[in-house]
Ligand binder design. Structure first.
Ligand code: AMP
Length: 184
Protein backbone atom coordinates (compact mmCIF):
# COMPACT_ATOMS: atom_id res chain seq x y z
CA UNK A 1 0.00 0.00 0.00
CA UNK A 2 1.19 3.49 -0.87
CA UNK A 3 -0.14 6.65 0.72
CA UNK A 4 0.49 10.05 -0.77
CA UNK A 5 -0.04 12.73 1.88
CA UNK A 6 -1.14 15.79 0.03
CA UNK A 7 -1.74 19.30 1.30
CA UNK A 8 -0.43 22.85 1.53
CA UNK A 9 2.50 23.74 3.81
CA UNK A 10 1.20 23.58 7.37
CA UNK A 11 -1.62 21.14 6.54
CA UNK A 12 -0.16 18.55 8.96
CA UNK A 13 1.41 16.08 6.52
CA UNK A 14 4.49 15.40 8.64
CA UNK A 15 2.52 14.96 11.87
CA UNK A 16 0.04 12.56 10.32
CA UNK A 17 2.81 10.68 8.48
CA UNK A 18 4.36 9.76 11.85
CA UNK A 19 1.06 8.31 13.09
CA UNK A 20 0.34 6.45 9.83
CA UNK A 21 3.86 5.02 9.89
CA UNK A 22 3.27 3.45 13.31
CA UNK A 23 -0.27 2.22 12.62
CA UNK A 24 0.38 0.69 9.20
CA UNK A 25 4.07 -0.11 9.57
CA UNK A 26 4.93 1.77 6.39
CA UNK A 27 8.15 3.72 5.85
CA UNK A 28 7.90 7.50 5.67
CA UNK A 29 9.51 9.25 2.72
CA UNK A 30 9.65 13.03 3.15
CA UNK A 31 11.53 14.88 0.42
CA UNK A 32 11.71 17.95 2.70
CA UNK A 33 13.42 15.84 5.41
CA UNK A 34 15.82 14.36 2.84
CA UNK A 35 16.79 17.85 1.67
CA UNK A 36 17.16 19.21 5.21
CA UNK A 37 19.46 16.29 6.08
CA UNK A 38 21.44 16.86 2.86
CA UNK A 39 21.92 20.54 3.73
CA UNK A 40 23.04 19.65 7.24
CA UNK A 41 25.54 17.12 5.87
CA UNK A 42 26.69 19.60 3.22
CA UNK A 43 26.23 17.14 0.35
CA UNK A 44 25.98 18.13 -3.30
CA UNK A 45 22.20 17.65 -3.23
CA UNK A 46 22.01 19.87 -0.16
CA UNK A 47 24.00 22.52 -1.94
CA UNK A 48 21.63 22.36 -4.93
CA UNK A 49 18.51 22.50 -2.75
CA UNK A 50 19.36 25.14 -0.17
CA UNK A 51 18.76 28.38 -2.07
CA UNK A 52 15.42 27.13 -3.42
CA UNK A 53 14.25 26.00 0.01
CA UNK A 54 15.25 29.22 1.72
CA UNK A 55 13.33 31.23 -0.88
CA UNK A 56 10.23 29.02 -0.55
CA UNK A 57 10.69 27.85 -4.14
CA UNK A 58 10.55 24.27 -5.36
CA UNK A 59 13.77 22.35 -5.83
CA UNK A 60 14.01 21.51 -9.58
CA UNK A 61 12.04 18.43 -10.64
CA UNK A 62 15.07 16.53 -11.98
CA UNK A 63 16.86 16.75 -8.63
CA UNK A 64 13.76 15.68 -6.69
CA UNK A 65 12.79 12.79 -8.95
CA UNK A 66 16.33 11.41 -9.00
CA UNK A 67 16.48 11.43 -5.20
CA UNK A 68 13.11 9.72 -4.81
CA UNK A 69 13.86 7.09 -7.47
CA UNK A 70 17.15 6.30 -5.73
CA UNK A 71 15.50 6.13 -2.29
CA UNK A 72 12.72 3.82 -3.54
CA UNK A 73 15.33 1.29 -4.72
CA UNK A 74 15.86 0.38 -1.06
CA UNK A 75 14.24 -2.83 0.16
CA UNK A 76 12.51 -0.91 2.96
CA UNK A 77 10.01 0.38 0.42
CA UNK A 78 9.13 -2.97 -1.19
CA UNK A 79 5.72 -3.13 0.50
CA UNK A 80 4.83 0.50 0.01
CA UNK A 81 5.50 3.91 1.37
CA UNK A 82 4.05 7.11 2.82
CA UNK A 83 4.97 9.98 0.52
CA UNK A 84 5.08 13.30 2.36
CA UNK A 85 5.72 16.46 0.34
CA UNK A 86 6.10 14.53 -2.91
CA UNK A 87 4.90 14.77 -5.65
CA UNK A 88 4.62 18.55 -5.73
CA UNK A 89 4.33 19.09 -9.50
CA UNK A 90 2.49 17.26 -12.27
CA UNK A 91 5.88 16.28 -13.73
CA UNK A 92 6.81 14.64 -10.40
CA UNK A 93 3.44 12.86 -10.27
CA UNK A 94 3.92 11.49 -13.79
CA UNK A 95 7.43 10.34 -12.88
CA UNK A 96 6.08 8.61 -9.77
CA UNK A 97 3.44 6.85 -11.91
CA UNK A 98 6.25 5.31 -13.96
CA UNK A 99 8.24 4.30 -10.86
CA UNK A 100 5.22 2.75 -9.07
CA UNK A 101 4.11 0.88 -12.19
CA UNK A 102 7.37 -1.09 -11.98
CA UNK A 103 6.85 -1.96 -8.32
CA UNK A 104 4.48 -4.41 -6.68
CA UNK A 105 3.75 -2.31 -3.63
CA UNK A 106 -0.04 -2.35 -4.09
CA UNK A 107 -2.71 0.33 -4.32
CA UNK A 108 -2.07 4.01 -3.87
CA UNK A 109 -4.35 6.38 -1.94
CA UNK A 110 -3.96 10.13 -1.96
CA UNK A 111 -4.90 11.54 1.45
CA UNK A 112 -5.53 15.23 0.85
CA UNK A 113 -5.60 17.33 4.03
CA UNK A 114 -7.90 20.32 3.62
CA UNK A 115 -7.03 23.31 5.82
CA UNK A 116 -8.06 26.97 5.25
CA UNK A 117 -5.29 29.39 4.38
CA UNK A 118 -5.44 31.57 7.53
CA UNK A 119 -5.00 28.43 9.65
CA UNK A 120 -2.04 27.25 7.50
CA UNK A 121 -0.27 30.57 8.05
CA UNK A 122 -1.00 30.52 11.78
CA UNK A 123 0.36 26.97 12.16
CA UNK A 124 3.54 27.51 10.16
CA UNK A 125 4.45 30.77 11.86
CA UNK A 126 3.92 29.23 15.30
CA UNK A 127 5.52 25.82 14.78
CA UNK A 128 8.87 26.99 16.10
CA UNK A 129 11.06 24.23 14.67
CA UNK A 130 13.65 26.75 13.60
CA UNK A 131 13.14 26.03 9.91
CA UNK A 132 14.75 28.74 7.79
CA UNK A 133 11.72 28.76 5.45
CA UNK A 134 9.10 29.22 8.22
CA UNK A 135 9.09 33.01 7.92
CA UNK A 136 6.19 35.20 6.83
CA UNK A 137 7.84 35.92 3.47
CA UNK A 138 8.87 32.29 2.93
CA UNK A 139 5.39 31.03 3.76
CA UNK A 140 3.76 33.57 1.41
CA UNK A 141 5.86 32.27 -1.44
CA UNK A 142 5.32 28.60 -0.54
CA UNK A 143 1.55 29.14 -0.64
CA UNK A 144 1.81 30.83 -4.05
CA UNK A 145 3.94 27.94 -5.35
CA UNK A 146 1.47 25.47 -3.82
CA UNK A 147 -1.48 27.04 -5.67
CA UNK A 148 0.35 27.38 -8.99
CA UNK A 149 2.34 24.16 -9.17
CA UNK A 150 1.18 21.68 -6.54
CA UNK A 151 -2.61 22.05 -6.50
CA UNK A 152 -2.87 20.71 -10.12
CA UNK A 153 -1.39 17.41 -8.87
CA UNK A 154 -4.73 16.72 -7.19
CA UNK A 155 -6.53 16.75 -10.55
CA UNK A 156 -3.95 14.26 -11.85
CA UNK A 157 -4.89 11.83 -9.07
CA UNK A 158 -8.60 12.66 -9.09
CA UNK A 159 -8.70 11.42 -12.67
CA UNK A 160 -7.46 8.05 -11.36
CA UNK A 161 -10.06 8.04 -8.55
CA UNK A 162 -7.36 7.82 -5.87
CA UNK A 163 -8.16 10.94 -3.83
CA UNK A 164 -9.72 11.06 -0.35
CA UNK A 165 -10.27 14.56 0.98
CA UNK A 166 -9.85 14.77 4.74
CA UNK A 167 -10.93 17.69 6.91
CA UNK A 168 -7.59 18.79 8.36
CA UNK A 169 -9.03 20.92 11.15
CA UNK A 170 -9.28 19.56 14.68
CA UNK A 171 -7.07 17.57 17.04
CA UNK A 172 -4.19 15.49 15.69
CA UNK A 173 -5.95 12.32 16.88
CA UNK A 174 -9.30 13.37 15.42
CA UNK A 175 -7.74 13.98 12.02
CA UNK A 176 -5.88 10.67 12.22
CA UNK A 177 -9.20 8.87 12.93
CA UNK A 178 -10.62 10.37 9.73
CA UNK A 179 -7.58 9.17 7.79
CA UNK A 180 -7.91 5.63 9.17
CA UNK A 181 -11.56 5.58 8.20
CA UNK A 182 -10.72 6.75 4.68
CA UNK A 183 -8.08 4.05 4.34
CA UNK A 184 -10.30 1.23 5.63
P1 AMP B 1 8.54 20.39 3.22
O1 AMP B 1 9.33 19.92 4.38
O2 AMP B 1 7.81 19.27 2.53
O3 AMP B 1 7.64 21.55 3.54
O4 AMP B 1 9.59 20.93 2.15
C1 AMP B 1 10.41 22.06 2.42
C2 AMP B 1 10.99 22.61 1.14
O5 AMP B 1 11.77 21.60 0.50
C3 AMP B 1 9.97 23.05 0.09
O6 AMP B 1 9.50 24.36 0.30
C4 AMP B 1 10.82 22.94 -1.19
O7 AMP B 1 11.73 24.02 -1.30
C5 AMP B 1 11.64 21.68 -0.91
N1 AMP B 1 10.92 20.46 -1.38
C6 AMP B 1 10.47 19.43 -0.61
N2 AMP B 1 9.85 18.51 -1.35
C7 AMP B 1 9.89 18.96 -2.62
C8 AMP B 1 9.40 18.47 -3.86
N3 AMP B 1 8.71 17.31 -3.93
N4 AMP B 1 9.61 19.21 -4.97
C9 AMP B 1 10.30 20.37 -4.93
N5 AMP B 1 10.79 20.90 -3.80
C10 AMP B 1 10.58 20.21 -2.65
Amino acid sequence: MNIILFGAPGAGKGTQAELIQKEYNLPHLSTGNIFRAAIKNETLVGLKAKSFMDAGELVPDQVVVEIVAEELEKETYDNGCIFDGFPRTVFQAESLDVILAKKTSGDTTVVALAVPEDELIRRVLSRGQGRTDDTEEGMKNRLKVYHNETAPVLAHYNAKGWVKIIDGIGTVEGIFDRIKEALS
